[in-house]
Ligand binder design. Structure first.
Ligand code: PLP
Length: 504
């Protein structure tokens, strides 16, 4: 494709995207295809000779798009939102145009500098203390692909930090490298990451990948599924008595199943006895609410600012920024670079050697990186902080409308966890049915029926301790309006009544 062909194809692509957004409601929310559908309609090998662009563009529309679930659809209420904006799309286009891996400041200074600037913008927008700003003496931040990648990155930093402390304390001038390596292996096998049963699988996965252990502490319905200080203390004491090494704790602000917020205040108290434990906050979904002053107490911003070692949120969920944009803020950037810096000759640069510029490769697992801050910059500038806040408040308001509709009891639906942020967890609870097993069976049936309408509305299921199987309804997609919430509620009621009737 030459420049003029690109110009024409580009205009065509933008037209197609505009058309897609104009007609998004005509698409089934969830892709209505079976596994392997695409293999049946595409050749088994890449074409030997290049093909006409028009044919490729047509095949995307006709063959690929039917296999897409429409996360931007106003009736998408599943998982958590995965929002995007036109500003973000344009940024990605530019980022693709200048495609480069930005691992060192020197390879594209703007890639590093815009990232640090926009991260400070968001840190300020979230009320994070200056200690987390990239302009501070020690703090730092970086945009990574996902909360999962962040958990692994942070766990590596936390592991190396604690191992270095142990070595410093125990090794002598006579200790050999072999002894240290052997000893590190033993210590690592005893190291535990803590979280709760509600911590996202990022905790288990990080431990699994790094050969560490993950301990999921029980939470209760009475406590709103939040991790409490007392349970944490018991877990830490039990494990220490067994000779294990607690070294990291993941607290969650906005759990996936119910939106719960761990009691960061109580955890902070407990950690006074464990000052070396790395305290990470996973606020992948709800962290963006720190942009709302009225939500900061609920998020325990004071504890975040006082104690946590690292905080992360996914701006690519509810936060409008196109995938991938997970932001990580650390109190001490050297903790990351101590664990992740490897500099062969070919990666050296004048600025890196002189330490006059930050090379972001030293704060992440991979070397190359996308120019992710461009979409953050475009979107934040175009929306302004005010527009960002309005978007979040709209999601919360629509969620409250859904909760009110549930209260009208057009069907015997019950909200089973305290509604949080823009998330409602509910289930079918007919009057007089109290048997847990019966309720579980009924709700699994309800869920199966809901899935038969996934062309019209899309929700997700979960299980909660002491409750069992239930359904999640999330707001926050920018295109959703009140009519969509009303429509969703009407469909949910219709299905609920059908399931009840069938059960009789
Ligand atoms: N943490 C929470 C609370 C989540 O809800 C999710 C995903 O929904 C994740 C982490 C994982 O996010 P990622 O896909 O960025 O790894």
């Amino acid at each position: 494709m030459d420049i003029e062909a690109f110009r024409k194809a580009g205009y065509g692509a933008i037209d197609a995207i505009c058309e897609y957004y104009n007609s998004i409601e005509s698409f089934p929310v969830m892709a209505q295809v079976e596994p392997g559908f695409l293999r049946d309609s595409l050749p088994e090998e890449a074409p030997e000779k290049g093909e006409e662009w028009n044919l490729i563009a047509k095949d995307y529309q006709e063959k690929v798009l039917p296999g897409i679930t429409h996360w931007q659809h106003p009736n998408f209420h599943a998982y958590f939102p995965g929002n995007t904006t036109f500003e973000g799309m344009l940024a990605d286009l530019h980022a693709s145009a200048i495609s480069n891996p930005g691992f060192n400041w020197s390879v594209s200074p703007s890639v590093t500098e815009l990232e640090l600037i926009t991260l400070d913008w968001t840190a300020k927008m979230f009320g994070l203390s200056e200690e987390f700003h990239t302009t501070s003496a020690q703090g730092g931040s970086i945009i990574l692909s996902s909360a999962s990648e962040i958990a692994i990155t942070v766990a590596v930093a936390a592991r190396e930090k604690i191992l270095a402390q142990m070595i410093e304390k125990n090794a002598s001038a006579e200790t050999t490298m072999e002894e240290i390596t052997f000893w590190k292996g033993i210590a690592t096998s005893k190291m535990i990451i803590y979280g709760s049963t509600q911590t996202h699988s990022i905790g288990i996965k990080a431990a699994m990948i790094l050969g560490l252990q993950f301990r999921a502490i029980e939470v209760t319905k009475k406590d709103g599924f939040a991790l409490r200080g007392e349970a944490l203390t018991k877990a830490l004491e039990d494990d220490q008595a067994k000779g294990l090494i607690p070294f990291m704790l993941i607290g969650t602000v906005g759990t996936t199943s119910s939106g719960a917020v761990d009691r960061l205040d109580e955890i902070e108290e407990v950690l006074k006895n464990y000052p070396d434990i790395w305290f990470h906050i996973d606020a992948a979904y709800a962290g963006v609410c720190l942009a709302l002053p009225e939500m900061r107490t609920k998020c325990h911003l004071d504890v975040i600012n006082r104690r946590v070692n690292s905080f992360s949120t996914n701006l690519h969920k509810w936060g409008l920024i196109t995938l991938e944009c997970s932001t990580l803020y650390v109190r001490n950037r050297v903790d990351l670079s101590n664990a992740l810096t490897v500099t062969p000759q070919f990666l050296r640069s004048k600025q890196g050697d002189a330490n006059s510029a930050l090379d972001l490769r030293n704060m992440q697992l991979s070397l190359g990186r996308r120019f992710r801050s461009l979409k953050l910059w475009f979107t934040l500038r175009s929306y302004g902080q005010e527009g960002f806040r309005q978007h979040l408040r709209k999601g919360i308001a629509l969620s409250q409308i859904f909760n009110k509709l549930i209260e009208t009891q057009q069907a015997p639906l019950k909200i089973v966890a305290p509604p949080q942020w823009s998330l409602t967890v509910f289930r079918l609870e007919p009057v007089g049915m109290t048997d847990a097993q019966q309720l579980d069976t009924l709700n699994r049936r309800f869920w199966e029926e809901l899935q038969t309408r996934n062309d019209a509305i899309l929700l997700t299921q979960t299980t909660l301790p002491e409750i069992g199987f239930c359904v999640r309804f999330v707001c926050g997609t920018p295109s959703a309006r009140m009519v969509h919430i009303e429509k969703a509620y009407a469909i949910i009621c219709q299905i609920a009544l059908k399931v009840l009737q069938d059960a009789q």
